[in-house]
Write a protein that binds this ligand. Structure first.
Ligand code: C2E
Ligand code: MG
Ligand code: MG
Length: 688
């Protein structure tokens, strides 16, 4: 999952290297080709001229002086120069070469002896080791271009000359009888060629430099674009990879990256013989906050939770968001389970702190399920699934806590799709059942009412908790139908019990936000009352505090309409959602139900005690009744009683009961009075 950075193509660098090499090479090659070509032309033109003159001499002079030339072969130089015909010959030759570029002409015999030269002091010299002369003696016409520092021509000394000399063999029928050498001065032409060559080379260099400058601009730009594109591409790739492996809202790792990290951590743990812990975290009551205060508030809450989670772990650990309000944490290189416990405690404490969002103060808590490699399982899938199971266990056993997975836990991770189908069918199959949990008035020991609590008695899974299936009902849109069924069924039961002769009992029904939002909500309440003929004062509706915080006109109107039917309204799970309580004045609420999380250990926790005390004081001033829910311990009851919180719901008095168990309880008017006496006795025993 790491990004390998690719180097961009170094266009500019390669261009510079290539051009630094190619410009001089191109200039050199072009110049050389031109020069060789020009000199080749110069030589061949000059050779033609020289040959022509040599031929003229050969045709006019040789036949006439051939005899003398033969004799000259045996003479000394001095004697040769004194020969009378020499001055005639000199004049003749001078005539031939006059007004030409020829500066010197020599005649050799086949032995290389100079028989005649326009520079008379060279007459009689035998030219040795001259390849061109030797070749000419063998019958070849040879031309040679050479630079001479000085050269004698017509008895005159010339300096710094470029001389083109041509050797023309003169033959009789079968052998070379002499060689004529013609020297022409090509200095001017040669210099012209040189200066043209220099001009061309300079020109070529300039043209190439000009072109280079233009190309350089393009290449420079192209190079810049390539680099930019490369950087952009890398950014894009990084971005794509980031998006692919991160949660867009919180920036945390996502499910895929998390899994990948877990796999790596397990490998590492195997090698180091260390532990790896998987924490599955679910926010408690997030859905209510999201539904009532809107997605923006929900999102902000998730972001704040994410950053708190990050603060609770080391940087080497991984915090991921699985989706919704579910987070996972991977703790690597753990040496002892105590370290995991410490992290879980830190998380619970941190998530419990107040959240300030849009001027509201919100509360949340986290239920954490933990699995540990290698204790719980060796396979990634199992570890993840079991942590989820443990998380549900944490939720069921009161939320805001961590629970380590144990094999004894039933696997709650039923396949979601099948579960949804079954939830839909459950109504037809009469699998939904209602339990009733009594609410006791401490002042009298009477049962003042019951809360109707839905269960799903599934053929496949046994009795399923509403904590698990109500969110699913809400998501799949079945909640409204089931909710309506609960309302009708409970109203009918309440009326039926009265008809059967039991004392009238008030029933409280939990209302889902999905149900409440339906246009016909008030009508369904009315219909349930009409059809069952239950008097409205025996019906209470429990709406979660977070649902009530939506103070829109429609919400308020609906609540007023329900109130107008004669039905009371309870704010359920009170204290968990909102701390600015001014909204209570605006809303038609009759009863507050303090959430179990504040009741549990209220006598030990100074925070909970402060919250419960504040709620009681406020309820007193607003003239609202208060029910404490989830009372399990005598110490909690004592604390509540001291605050004048007299309506109690909780396991201390009774768990939710089946209809028949409830009827048993109802048929004994002293049942709870006795229980209260029993509790009070225990209470005094504890107190003393
Ligand atoms: P709730 O309305 O806050 O209900 C109180 C929950 O606390 C019930 O859980 C009850 O069994 C539990 N409880 C009461 N006293 C104690 C105690 O002393 N100790 C412990 N540990 N738990 C206690 P239950 O029945 O699992 O229901 C959970 C939630 O499901 C309810 O919370 C309510 O929000 C929802 N619910 C239940 N029935 C319905 C229904 O018919 N419609 C809707 N919309 N929601 C329902
Ligand atoms: Mg309730
Ligand atoms: Mg509640």
């Amino acid at each position: 999952m790491e990004i390998i950075k690719k180097q961009p193509f170094h266009l500019l660098r390669y261009f510079l290297i290539v051009s630094i090499v190619s410009i001089p090479v191109a200039s050199y090659v072009l110049g050389k080709v031109f020069r060789e070509n020009a000199i080749g032309n110069l030589v061949s033109l000059g050779e033609d001229k020289n040959i022509n003159i040599a031929r003229v001499v050969a045709n006019h002079v040789w036949p006439k002086y051939s005899k003398q030339f033969e004799l000259l072969g045996n003479m000394q130089a001095e004697q040769m120069r004194k020969q009378l015909f020499m001055s005639v010959l000199q004049k003749k030759v001078e005539q031939y070469i006059k007004q030409t570029s020829v500066i010197k002409l020599k005649i050799y015999n086949p032995e290389g002896k100079t028989l005649f030269s326009t520079a008379s002091d060279q007459i009689g010299i035998i030219k040795k080791q001259s390849k061109p002369l030797d070749d000419a003696i063998k019958g070849q016409t040879v031309t040679k271009l050479a630079f001479r520092d000085k050269i004698y021509a017509m008895d005159e000394l010339l300096t710094q000359r470029n001389i083109l000399s041509t050797y023309l063999p003169i033959s009789d029928t079968n052998s070379v009888i002499g060689v004529i050498e013609v020297y022409s001065d090509v200095t001017t032409l040669y210099e012209k060629i040189t200066s043209e060559h220099n001009a061309i080379v300079t020109g070529v260099i300039f043209v190439l430099l000009g072109l280079y400058a233009i190309i350089f601009i393009f290449v420079y730009r192209a190079d810049k674009t390539i680099r930019l594109q490369c950087v952009e591409k890398q950014h894009d790739e990084e971005k794509i990879k980031y998006i692919a492996y991160h949660d867009s809202l919180t920036g945390l790792a996502n499910r895929d990256l998390y899994r990948y990290k877990v796999e790596g951590a397990i490998e590492q743990a195997k090698r180091n013989e260390s532990l790896a812990a998987i924490l599955f975290i679910d926010l408690d009551r997030f859905k209510q906050i999201n539904d009532s205060l809107g997605h923006n508030v929900g999102d902000e809450l998730l972001k704040q939770v994410a950053s708190r989670l990050l603060e609770c772990v080391r940087t080497s650990d991984t915090v991921a968001r699985q989706g919704g309000d579910e987070f996972t944490i991977l703790l690597e290189g753990v040496k002892h389970v105590d370290e995991i416990v410490q992290v879980c405690k830190r998380i619970n404490a941190s998530i419990r702190q107040t959240y300030k969002i849009d001027g509201n103060e919100l509360f949340s808590s986290a239920s954490i399920g933990v699995t540990v490699y290698p204790f719980d399982d060796l396979k990634v899938d199992h570890l993840l699934k079991d942590a989820d199971t443990a998380m549900y266990e944490a939720k069921e056993s009161g939320r805001d806590k961590y629970i380590f997975f144990s094999t004894g836990m039933k696997r709650a991770n039923v396949d979601q799709i099948i579960l949804e189908q079954k939830l839909r069918k459950a109504l037809e199959e009469n699998e939904y059942i209602i339990n009733y949990q009594p609410i006791i008035d401490l002042r009298t020991g009477d049962m003042t009412g019951v809360e109707a609590l839905l269960r799903w008695d599934s053929q496949d899974y046994g009795v399923v908790s509403p904590v698990k299936f109500i969110p699913l009902l809400e998501e799949t849109g079945v909640m409204a139908i089931v909710g309506e069924w609960v309302m009708k069924a409970v109203c009918e039961k309440a009326k039926q019990w009265q008809d059967e002769g039991y004392d009238p009992v008030t029933v409280a029904i939990n209302i889902s936000i999905v149900q409440f939002r339906k246009m016909n909500f008030v009508k369904t309440v009315e219909e349930a009352l009409v059809q069952s003929e239950l008097e409205p004062q025996y019906l209470k509706l429990e709406l979660t505090e977070s649902l009530l915080m939506d103070q829109s006109d429609t919400c308020v109107k609906k609540l007023l309409a329900v109130r107008a039917l004669g039905v009371s309204i309870e704010a359920d799970d009170f204290g968990t959602g909102y701390s600015s309580l001014s909204y209570l004045k605006r809303l038609p609420i009759d009863i507050l139900k303090i959430d179990r999380s504040f009741i549990t250990d209220v006598h030990k926790s100074s925070d909970s005690a402060a919250i419960v005390t504040a709620i009681m004081a406020m309820a007193y001033s607003l003239k609202l009744d208060v029910i404490a829910e989830g009372v399990e311990q005598i110490e909690e009851l004592r604390f509540l009683s001291a605050l004048n919180c007299n309506l109690i719901q909780g396991y201390l008095f009774s768990k939710p009961l089946s209809e028949s168990d409830l009827k048993n309880v109802m048929s004994d008017p002293d049942y709870f009075r006795n229980k209260l006496l029993e509790i009070n006795e225990n209470n005094t025993a504890i107190a003393s």
